[in-house]
Design a protein around this ligand. Structure first.
Ligand SMILES: [Zn+2]
Length: 52
């Protein structure tokens, strides 16, 4: 699941790490363009809906 860099707006940055905690999954990203590092948290329920 890619994301957009909040710093330079580089699109489709692939996650470098993934962690699950309960029903939440977090992804760690590092922008290949500017080097900015950020993370996102998502509710796994959204994935379950997509898969159905
Ligand atoms: Zn960036």
């Amino acid at each position: 699941m890619s994301d957009n860099c909040p710093c330079c707006l580089q699109e489709n940055v692939a996650p470098v790490a993934e962690n699950s905690r309960g029903r939440q999954v977090s992804h760690l990203y590092q922008c290949p363009t500017c080097g900015h590092v950020w993370s996102t948290n998502r509710d796994l329920g959204a994935y379950e809906q997509d898969a159905a």
